[in-house]
Design a protein around this ligand. Structure first.
Ligand code: DQA
Length: 143
């Protein structure tokens, strides 16, 4: 099974940005965890991060053609603004799961809408890095 993990803007700044919200582990630590979890689940995984909305749309579209079986996505700030990412997820019709490190439900009003989440089968919110693990287990369980 081939999984694609998509991370949106500023997630490459983990370990530097707002540590009281996102913790002090950096982006490389997240990627290491994801790769270890993929191996344990007997899945292939590709991890993609971009600060650019169009690049994220392009990568989701590419997933339709490259044999991806499921997408784990943390669209970061684009969660709350991007109809284009929602449309891309709907276009490819691959099983997708939404992840947020922080508990967005307990944060500002502008974080209360999730466009991408509307195309996702499951949502792991506020579980820190472990949310990615839960999302990967969910998709692996669909095999
Ligand atoms: C986030 C939550 C978003 O609201 C925020 O813009 C992020 C990260 C999270 O993982 O908690 O950049 O997606």
């Amino acid at each position: 099974m081939k999984l694609l993990v998509v991370n949106g803007p500023n997630l490459n700044m983990l370990g530097i940005r707002e540590k009281h919200i996102y913790g002090d582990r950096d982006y490389d630590a997240l990627c290491r965890c994801v790769r270890e979890w993929a191996e344990a689940l007997d899945c292939q995984v590709e991890i993609f991060q971009s600060n650019h909305e169009g690049a994220i749309v392009d990568r989701i579209q590419q997933a339709y053609f490259d044999g991806t079986d499921g997408i784990v996505i943390n669209p970061a700030a684009y969660t709350h603004t991007s109809v284009a990412i929602l449309d891309a997820l709907k276009a490819v019709q691959l099983p997708a799961v939404e992840v947020h490190i922080s508990d967005v439900t307990q944060r500002e009003d502008f974080r209360q809408v999730s466009y991408a989440g509307m195309a996702c089968a499951a949502h792991y919110i506020g579980l820190g890095f472990e949310g990615y693990h839960e999302a990967m287990k969910y998709l692996a369980g669909q095999r």
